[in-house]
Write a protein that binds this ligand. Sequence first.
Ligand SMILES: NC(=O)c1ccc[n+]([C@@H]2O[C@H](COP(=O)([O-])OP(=O)(O)OC[C@H]3O[C@@H](n4cnc5c(N)ncnc54)[C@H](O)[C@@H]3O)[C@@H](O)[C@H]2O)c1
Length: 389
Amino acid sequence: MPSYIKINQPQTSQENKARNWSVNTSLGVNYKIVESKDLFAIENRNLLFLDGKPSKLPIRRLVVIDEKVYSLYREPIHEYFDAHAVELRILPLPISEPEKNWGAVERILEELDAFKILRRDEPLIAIGGGVLLDIAGLAANLYRRGIPYIRVPTNLLALVDASVGAKTGVNFQGYRNRIGTYYPPLVAFLDKTFLRTVDTRQICNGLGEILKIGLVKDRELFELLEKHGDLLVTKRFQGPGVPDLVIQRAIQGMVEELEPNLWEKQLERLVDFGHSFSPVIEMRALPELLHGEAVALDLAFSSVLAFQRGLLNSLDLDRVFKTMKILRLPTTHPLFCKPALLYEALEETVKHRNGLQRLPLPTGIGSARFFNDVTFEEIEMAASTLKQR
Ligand SMILES: NC(=O)c1ccc[n+]([C@@H]2O[C@H](COP(=O)([O-])OP(=O)(O)OC[C@H]3O[C@@H](n4cnc5c(N)ncnc54)[C@H](O)[C@@H]3O)[C@@H](O)[C@H]2O)c1
């Protein structure tokens, strides 16, 4: 109870004296992000473990999976769990941003009940992109006030972003992730071989979030994208060397930002770069814009704002736009040319950031600062520059 609240309660007698209790506890958080290639190779036992220990027999698992991913990996998945004599129940879900809603959470909750899952020893396994992982994480958090779950990201955006943090959520009343929780998994297993079946546009979608990290805090990562972006797209991150380095640096950057601020007590967050104007725009543009594309447009727009303020020089601004082209990310969109809508989007973000803009803007490639005083006129000017570009 805050110390400034004084509670006066009548005291009748010594025996009947009113008392106050204050409960203080803390929640230790420990989860792992583990690279594990060929997750469904029979000899890879990662999915059978529970907190690093072999599971008790018989092993039972409920798997929630993106319907499309299931259609691509049905055979290896069944072969794997059959080979290890796992009692398996699979719930394939249709996945898209409009389907990221409460109904999908309920569907998983029903399945958890039907499977009669053990509260501690039978982690739910979530396999898919960012949408599937966010929905499944929320269901795992709500069922019996929290059961363990494992994240298996299958596209680039989920691999470098949606798997790394603690957030779960679904869209609500037309707003992105308006309901959700912080609920980290036991572990996220990263298997980049899934990227072989991801289409080019979805690879570029993930590159939007990687570019964000490069631009605000990791110049070397930015330069890797600048130099090797084309190959990363065409080879879908397969093979050793640069692809692994790029994934690892992106995750390292994310972890560095998230770990000290997992519950977002501090609302100035570098990882919010690219997420200041885009949340509202992305929902307005559905299903046309993918998440990483909306983030990329926000990066472009914010970079122009930074240039106008003299934070970014014209050479660096050009490099940003050129790299975005190499990564096949959009640099302009009709909705990003509408100042009134952009201002409305920023006002919505101000509410999310508790009354201040806390807008991260690049101050060169690989660094950024926060600002609270961006005006409508600046937005108008940046929108018209973006249109011309
Ligand atoms: N929790 C977090 O910290 C966090 C972070 C970033 C993004 N997100 C959320 O992630 C969502 C966006 O994620 P997304 O872009 O992955 O969207 P998504 O989950 O809709 O996946 C995009 C597409 O990739 C396909 N796909 C996935 N794996 C595939 C594979 N191996 N082969 C072929 N196709 C495959 C899916 O079927 C889908 O069509 C947003 O809702 C965002 O809010 C959450």
